[in-house]
Design a protein around this ligand. Structure first.
Ligand SMILES: *[C@@H]1O[C@H](CO)[C@@H](O)[C@H](O)[C@H]1NC(C)=O
Ligand SMILES: *[C@@H]1O[C@H](CO)[C@@H](O)[C@H](O)[C@H]1NC(C)=O
Ligand SMILES: *[C@@H]1O[C@H](CO)[C@@H](O)[C@H](O)[C@H]1NC(C)=O
Ligand SMILES: *[C@@H]1O[C@H](CO)[C@@H](O)[C@H](O)[C@H]1NC(C)=O
Length: 394
């Protein structure tokens, strides 16, 4: 009895201490916690309990007194603006060797900025190499870099003439006359879907990727071809790294600050990270239609895409090897499965070589070994953002 009593006291003391510790940590980091925890809880409640996006109502459309579709329209503040093309290649999707444009397998947009000459070059020589994909993988890919005009007025004309030279060699830039800034990313998104609808409507798939993303093209093509032959087919496809029930950021000092006037609800529709995602041709057409009527003042392009998609009844599906912020661990056991990886620049070429090198058939023991390696690389907590642990077991 006596022993028990003392033990309880000791236990309570430890409990009290622990509580105090937790409370003080909470208080010190309250601001952060408040923001993240509260807004996520609110967002998830809204997303999963209250309704599933009936809240994205007609207040997001701009049809009312903004007629468009005829002539040139300039209307800032969310309505569609028809920025004229400065560089364009309307026939890019038409074939060079007699075939017609029915056979574009993948229309590939790599979101770039005017000054990112190096990045574009690295992509052309690696995963964006159209002739590699055609000769080695047997499908036709069409690569384009959507850009705006350089944001610094003093450098603009010099950069623009470099762009024209670059485009004369490669013929893969599309540029509209808007300033290439973070807050104009939605205009870049609109550029992609308008281009695809106008000049390449029969592409089977459309991909949008950042220019610091590595795409394992052989794996991607294999995956998409598998979808084509599987029963589920390729209608309504939107695949990538999905953000589910994300709350808008209401902090005024944040880069991603979204005021209530722009988006009043506590939760965004599900959307895929803009780093790299793929849609089927029918979804691209639907997104195009939505961009004609949705208020595009939402400057976060991934979120705007989610708004357009959910207005059209399209919802994203996740894939463990499409990354958001994540960077692939450099290991051959990962290369067999990976699709996209974020945060590459100087290592684009070496990664491409390593990832596309021929490997010996692995066999049963090889598979066991690789699963073990992937578990170590993906499931142990490192201070590095990689694919989720689930990816180790696919
Ligand atoms: C749309 O939703 C907002 C916020 O929930 C609400 O204030 C507004 O009245 C709704 N508009 C329509 C047209 O239903
Ligand atoms: C693209 O790939 C082809 C075929 O593999 C190769 O001959 C060519 O040199 C590559 N192009 C570039 C720009 O690296
Ligand atoms: C977007 O581009 C337009 C056209 O160049 C420009 O007027 C506007 O200021 C830009 N917006 C932002 C937020 O940079
Ligand atoms: C779009 O939404 C913004 C709020 O973010 C509003 O100020 C603007 O008037 C809207 N534009 C149109 C054309 O409805």
């Amino acid at each position: 009895m006596f022993m028990n009593f003392r033990r309880i006291h000791k236990y309570q003391f430890v409990q009290l201490l622990a509580t105090a510790l937790v409370l003080s940590v909470l208080m010190v980091s309250w601001e952060e916690l408040d923001h993240h925890v509260v807004s996520h809880v609110k967002s998830y409640t809204y997303r999963y309990m209250i309704n599933s996006y009936d809240f994205l109502n007609s207040s997001f459309t701009i049809t009312a007194n903004h007629p468009h579709g005829t002539g040139r329209f300039r209307n800032v503040g969310g309505a569609l603006v028809n920025y004229p093309y400065l560089i364009n290649h309307p026939k890019k999707c038409e074939a060079r060797d007699g075939k017609n444009w029915d056979d574009i397998f993948l229309l590939l947009f790599v979101k770039s900025s005017p000054e990112s000459f190096e990045r574009r070059q690295a992509i052309r020589e690696t995963w964006g190499n159209e002739s590699f994909v055609w000769s080695k993988l047997g499908v036709r890919v069409s690569l384009l870099f959507p850009i705006g005009v350089h944001s610094d007025v003093r450098q603009r004309s010099e950069i623009q003439s470099r762009l024209l030279k670059e485009d004369k060699i490669y013929g893969d830039l599309i540029q509209r006359n808007f300033v290439d800034t973070f807050h104009n990313l939605t205009n870049k998104l609109i550029l992609q879907f308008h281009w695809s609808q106008n000049y390449c409507p029969k592409a089977q798939f459309v991909m949008s990727a950042d220019d610091d993303v590595f795409v394992h093209m052989p794996n991607l093509v294999k995956y998409l071809q598998h979808l084509l032959t599987s029963q589920s087919g390729t209608k309504d496809l939107w695949v990538g790294h999905v953000h589910r029930g994300s709350p808008p950021n209401r902090r005024k000092d944040s880069k991603y600050h979204v005021p209530y006037a722009m988006y009043p609800w506590p939760s965004y529709p599900d959307y895929t990270a803009g780093a790299g995602y793929v849609v089927s041709g029918d979804v691209a057409a639907k997104i195009y239609k939505a961009t004609l009527v949705m208020n595009s003042s939402m400057y976060i392009d991934d979120v705007f895409m989610g708004i357009c998609a959910s207005a059209m009844g399209v919802y994203p599906q996740g894939h463990v090897y499409f990354s958001g912020e994540a960077k692939t661990p450099y290991h051959s056991c990962i290369y067999d499965h990976m699709i996209t990886s974020h945060g590459h620049a100087a290592d684009m070429r070496s990664l491409w070589q390593a990832a596309t090198a021929d490997r010996n058939p692995t066999g049963f023991m090889g598979n066991v070994y690789c699963t073990a390696v992937r578990m170590v690389l993906l499931c142990l907590p490192y201070f590095q953002n990689t694919y989720s642990c689930f990816a180790a077991f696919t």
